[in-house]
Design a protein around this ligand. Structure first.
Ligand SMILES: Cc1cc2nc3c(=O)[nH]c(=O)nc-3n(C[C@H](O)[C@H](O)[C@H](O)COP(=O)(O)O)c2cc1C
Length: 357
């Protein structure tokens, strides 16, 4: 028998999977223990690395949790553009005294191997980013007792998620930190994205499956807003990035509320796919001409980002953040879940009494 979303969480709060070492087992455990849904991020890990984290998380909590998997990427339309970008990054490589990465270092992120692990050792929830798996994959996961979701950034993508047989859809608004989960990269079309409230309202009209709303949510009153327009839960990334258990680099955590960083912008500079980050030197200098080539550019810039972090230089790091970053609260993750739940209750009480917050 398949699970409902409400069986998986006591509060309508999902901690976003955050690849790159942010969504560590300690973070996911703290969120699940507090009644939210904690998530591991399998992106950029090997299948065995993912499995080791699942085992570690199982040792930390008996509550439900999720694992997020990246969909394989199509061939890059213009490999020559990656070569040009490599030349444009040569100065960065010499500044940080490192080389550039190999842009051909794989495009499927170990998808098949990860699915094999998740079917052999089922977990409560699996979500997919950058597309939607084939129906037989989602069916197999359901038979294994796993609840499935996939990200959508438009009503059409949400329909594709429902048609493929997923149990729920993550509606990711333009405000969201990190990579936009568009099913296809779209250099030729408008990539500015739909804001979260209009997106959730439109997705609600387009599909019948439950919606998890993501993008710019930092406060319980915003969770009340997305629930009011048809979501069943909210997925928060940037808010959990700042928590004690998050594995984010300390400079990344500090940057979220540092007044030096005045705004965020979607950029291809670090990975080749639009992803929202705090505007820093690297983004300003290279965002204008970075090619649409993911994950080639991700592989290419990996040593630069690592060297910048080692040198303690946030101006060369990918400071992923959503538009709500200024509202980040440096709390233990379990406490943040409780605070968000209390704010949600207070908002609903105030609204039903006819007041505001
Ligand atoms: C540092 C960071 C890493 C992320 N990595 C992933 C990921 O691995 N998989 C995924 O589905 N979403 C990822 N996201 C996007 C989140 O799932 C979510 O859409 C986003 O965090 C919501 O916006 P917010 O950051 O404003 O809360 C990431 C977001 C951030 C900030």
């Amino acid at each position: 028998m398949s699970l409902a979303l409400t069986d998986l969480l006591r509060h309508p709060v999902v901690q976003a999977p955050m690849a790159g070492g942010v969504a560590v087992p300690q973070l996911a455990a703290a969120v699940s223990e507090a009644g939210g849904l904690g998530f591991l991020a399998a992106g950029y890990k090997t299948a065995d690395g993912m499995y080791q984290e699942i085992k570690q998380l199982r040792g930390l909590t008996g509550f439900p949790f999720g694992v997020n998997v990246f969909m394989p990427q199509p061939e890059t339309p213009d490999p020559a553009a990656v070569g040009v970008y490599a030349h444009q990054l040569a100065g960065e490589a010499s500044w940080y005294a490192t080389g550039l990465g190999d842009p051909d270092d794989g495009r499927d992120d170990g998808y098949d191997a990860k699915l094999a692990v998740l079917l052999d050792n089922p977990v409560p929830v699996v979500s997919f980013h950058f597309g939607v798996p084939a129906r037989d994959v989602l069916d197999a996961l359901r038979r294994a007792g796993t609840f499935t979701l996939a990200t959508a950034t438009t009503p059409d993508e949400a329909r594709a998620v429902q048609d493929a047989g997923a149990d729920a859809v993550i509606a990711q608004g333009a405000e969201a930190g990190g990579h936009r989960g568009t099913h296809r990269d779209c250099p030729e079309t408008d990539c500015s994205g739909i804001g979260l409230l209009p997106l959730v309202s439109q997705v609600r009209e387009a599909v019948d499956i439950p919606i998890v709303a993501a993008g710019g949510i930092m406060h319980g009153s915003q969770i009340a807003a997305v629930l009011a327009v048809g979501a069943s839960a909210a997925q928060l990334g940037t808010a959990f990035l700042a928590t004690h258990e998050s594995g984010a680099h300390v400079l990344h955590k500090q940057a979220l509320t540092n007044p030096l960083y005045t705004r965020t912008e979607p950029t291809r500079a670090f990975s080749g796919r639009p992803a929202r980050a705090l505007v820093n030197r690297f983004l300003r200098e290279h965002g204008r001409y970075a090619p649409a080539a993911y994950p080639d550019v991700h592989h290419l810039t990996a040593p630069l980002r690592k060297a910048a972090a080692t040198a303690g230089d946030p101006q060369g790091m990918a400071l992923w953040a959503g538009q709500g970053h200024r509202m980040a609260r440096e709390l233990p993750a379990g406490q943040l879940v409780e605070v968000l739940a209390a704010e949600l209750t207070a908002t609903r009480t105030a609204l039903s009494a006819g007041g505001t917050r």
